[in-house]
Unconditional design. Structure first.
Length: 429
């Protein structure tokens, strides 16, 4: 199937061709085969006229716990450690595959409605999330949660087997460590061994809260970053680390030049008073910095436009420099830096040969006024003005339209199942 999208403005995230007016994007099956100025094409099955709209690459959410939509609004106004121990972990123990499936569907719809077409997930009952991903048609990098408890080694082996068995255009399986404070040396070294064997990346929570360093050093020693770098983590093995609020200067020197990407989660960090990651400093040092929402229980939504706007404003304020974090770089954090974080060079940029993951935005809403039809004007409005749910009109993933005007393109009766799951998990509380 060859589908032509004609007439839109396009922000590509491609340095060679960053902004196109009155563009043609020709998709064949799951890929882009032409992007550029309007021209005649030899064969097209379908033309979609999108004059006056904006098209961008789909955004990449590099850290979330998707099915935690089930916990949205549950356990508010609490410090991270207390929140986890009293409001999250005891209730996660009640979860079933069905709960996670419905929680995942709700999260996927929310992400698509706000411009996200790919996400990195760390959670449990991963087959339920994989099923939800395939039922809707979004791109996912599934890193099933690993915590040091009875059966952890079998769990790692099961994940490795799933990675080997799965064949999908939409899903990749990688490894995780919940954190250095919840996983001791035996767990970390076994995950390193399996990551080397399989080529998987590792997804981890890293130095999120001020108390975390003491807990980590009690398990792993003071120079734990260098220790595990020397063993292959951050060097031979690529790592996506969520948060990174409390990375020291010595650790930054290692990580900025390592096989490493940060998933910045400013709204969750603010809400839990974990701190503010100095991402302007990280970027200047050469670190890859992408953007994530964390779970809906600590954000409380999955809207990457809100997230990147917060990142930009916080970054400027903390850097005491209004020129820090320009809108174009923030746009790259949503797109091409996210692709780099997940080790993919065929998403995050609209270019010939890349996957056709793209979002169509209406620019008719009042927050787009005055309308500046320039590259700089588009970045500024998209990052700082747009209300994403009212502006996102259509979404394609892998060449297939999956979302249009507030609705998934697949008929999945999820709402009653979601409500039943919430009622069962929380009962009368």
């Amino acid at each position: 199937m060859r589908t032509l999208l004609r007439g839109a403005y396009v922000l590509t995230a491609d340095e060679n061709k960053p902004f196109i007016k009155d563009a043609d994007i020709l998709m064949e099956d799951n890929s882009i085969v032409y992007i550029g100025d309007r021209k005649e094409h030899e064969f097209v099955d379908r033309i979609q006229y999108l004059y006056g709209y904006l098209i961008t690459p789909g955004f990449i959410n590099t850290h979330t716990h998707l099915a935690m939509t089930l916990f949205r609004g549950w356990g508010e106004d609490m410090e991270l450690g207390k929140w986890l121990n009293e409001k999250i972990w005891p209730y996660e123990a009640k979860l079933t595959d069905e709960d996670v499936y419905y929680g995942s569907i709700v999260g996927i719809k929310e992400m698509l409605s706000t411009g996200t077409t790919a996400f990195v997930d760390m959670y449990f009952f991963e087959q339920a999330t994989i099923d939800a991903v395939h039922d809707v048609g979004i791109r996912a990098f599934i890193t099933p949660g690993i915590i040091e408890k009875e059966g952890w080694k079998d769990r790692v082996d099961q994940i490795v087997a799933l990675r080997s068995a799965l064949r999908s255009d939409y899903v990749e399986i990688h490894l995780s460590l919940h954190g250095f404070y919840t996983c001791g040396p035996d767990v970390v070294e076994y995950v390193i061994e399996k990551a080397k064997e399989t080529g998987a990346f590792v997804h981890i929570h890293l130095l999120e809260a001020p108390w975390e360093r003491g807990a980590i050093e009690a398990k792993h020693g003071k120079d734990f970053i260098k220790k595990y770098y020397d063993k292959g983590l951050f060097s031979d093995i690529h790592v996506i680390a969520a948060h990174g609020v409390w990375i020291s200067d010595d650790e930054l020197e290692i990580l900025a030049n390592a096989n490493f990407a940060l998933a910045h989660n400013p709204q969750s960090n603010l809400k839990l008073v974990s701190g503010i990651a100095p991402i302007w400093k990280y970027l200047q040092a050469g670190m890859t910095v992408s953007i994530g929402t964390d779970g809906a229980a600590s954000n409380n939504n999955l809207d990457l436009i809100e997230e990147i706007r917060t990142a930009g404003m916080l970054g400027k304020y903390k850097a005491e420099d209004p020129e820090a974090l320009p809108s174009k770089e923030l746009f790259y954090m949503l797109t091409k830096y996210g692709a780099k974080a997940v080790k993919r060079d065929d998403i995050g940029v609209l270019a010939e040969g890349n996957k056709a993951d793209l979002v169509v935005w209406s620019v008719d809403n009042v927050e787009w006024l005055p309308f500046w039809d320039t590259e700089e004007g588009m970045y500024a409005h998209l990052i700082y003005s747009v209300q994403s749910k009212s502006s996102v009109k259509r979404v394609w993933v892998s060449g297939k339209e999956v979302y249009r005007e507030g609705h998934l393109m697949t008929d999945i009766p999820y709402l009653e199942g979601f409500k039943a799951s919430v009622k069962r998990i929380f009962g009368g509380e």
